[in-house]
Design a binder for this molecule. Structure first.
Ligand code: PLP
Length: 405
């Protein structure tokens, strides 16, 4: 049994007074068997499961190569390193994301150049991206915020035109397509994350995807302590015997274990079913929440097929961050797991200290961030759970509206 604070969504809640969890993995016997088989095999790292997992995810992303790593954050770090981005360079990115997307830019010693978002898609405003490009800009690190791929094609065109890289942080968008194109394939390199709140999970884990063989080889070397790449050995005319403990460059241990990869393979084999269930939960939420005064539902543009990472609503303009927090507290008091998604990155203490940002720097991102609420979202939610979330939200909002006069 999983611990009670981390309920498996595959099992409906036994006790209706238990909290409806914000998120949770969809784990079946297939995953348990796959992990057990690896444990029995004795091969716990760098083995066939890593290869199989890389092939499945790169295929789902429409890319030629996949490099499994131990987190989405590690994947972003390696992607930027492999592109040669470093001190003195600027990378354009969004303030409305999980902090890891901008942190990766700091890891390589470059500077994040934030641009404000579009109030509908919640992704960077493409015009502002274009305006932000300067002589030091080396890349655009674009995030599919809350899994929404809108504008990815525009960022790719801007990157192309300006001869800079597009790094796609698609940690939240595995399985989503936009105008027929798979997320992960818009940039020179894409990065997925497999934390347990994601569409599929490996516990912790990530995957770099790219069509560029050299970039993939370099990422493989960097994830494994900078080991010499096969192409480098060939150049040196080596027999290959020195490959294992030959370290060509400063690398990291960002490997993903065979245990985690086996979990990922099993999840990918069920991915159609998992994504379908997520779509069902999202569509039930949309049905139940439509018409509740005071909230804005997610906007999905035509041409988008979402695999759904989270389900967030936004309070209408005019609501303050404090009012939103009261709504969150009210939901939690009624055992509905929920969270503010996302607090702006530029206003995190580390970024304020380093760059001196103040409120007002990116007003759209700040206003959106003050009003969003992520509702419970996972495959274990029953129709009754969704009804209960919708009704509780509706009651709390009408009370909040009455209190405002
Ligand atoms: C947009 C985004 N970028 C990066 C990450 C980092 O992934 P991880 O938690 O696997 O390091 C996450 C995940 O949580 C994310 O949502």
């Amino acid at each position: 049994m999983p611990p009670s604070d981390y309920p498996s969504p595959s099992a409906p809640r036994q006790n209706p007074s238990q909290e409806i969890a914000l998120s949770g993995p969809d784990i079946s016997e297939l995953e348990i068997d796959a992990v057990s088989r690896v444990l029995r095999s004795g091969r716990l790292s760098i083995g066939p499961m890593q290869e199989a997992f890389e092939a499945l995810v790169s295929d789902a992303a429409g890319c030629d190569h996949g490099v499994a790593v131990n987190s989405g954050t590690s994947g972003l770090h390696l992607a930027l390193l492999a592109l040669g981005i470093g001190p003195g360079d600027e990378v354009i990115t969004t303030p409305f994301s999980f902090v890891a997307s901008a942190n990766a830019i700091l890891y390589v010693g470059a500077t994040p150049k934030f641009v404000d978002i579009c109030p509908r898609s919640l992704n960077m405003d493409p015009e502002k991206v274009e305006q932000a490009i300067g002589p030091r800009t080396k890349a655009i690190l674009a995030v599919e915020a809350l899994g929404n791929p809108t504008h990815m094609d525009r960022y790719a065109a801007i990157a192309n035109k300006n001869e800079i890289h597009l790094v796609e942080d698609c940690c939240e968008a595995l399985g989503t397509t936009y105008n027929g194109r798979k997320c992960g394939s818009f940039g020179r390199v894409g990065v997925f994350g497999f934390y347990p709140n994601k569409q599929i999970t490996t516990g912790e884990g990530g995957m770099i995807v790219t069509d560029d063989q050299n970039l993939a080889d370099l990422c493989r070397s960097l994830r494994n302590q900078g080991r010499t790449m096969p192409s480098e050995l060939a150049q040196e005319g080596s027999s290959g015997l020195g490959l294992w403990l030959s370290h060509e460059r400063l690398g990291y241990n960002y490997r993903l274990s065979e245990i985690a990869c086996a979990l990922g393979v099993a999840q990918m084999r069920r991915f159609g079913e998992i994504a379908e269930k997520r779509r069902r939960v999202a569509s039930e939420y949309l049905d139940r929440l439509m018409g509740i005064p005071g909230i804005i539902l997610p906007t999905i543009e035509s041409g988008t097929s979402m695999s759904w990472f989270v389900f967030t609503i936004r309070l209408e303009r005019g609501y303050t961050g404090e009012e939103r927090d009261r709504v969150i507290q009210g939901l939690r008091n009624h055992d509905v797991g929920c969270a503010p998604y996302f607090p702006c990155i530029h206003l995190m203490p580390e970024y304020v200290r380093r760059f001196g940002y103040e409120r007002g720097a990116f007003p759209i991102a700040e206003s959106v961030s003050d009003r969003t609420i992520a509702l419970p979202f996972h495959n274990g939610l029953t129709e009754r759970d969704i009804d209960m979330v919708a009704q509780t939200l509706s009651v709390i909002l009408s009370r909040e509206n009455l209190a405002r006069g």
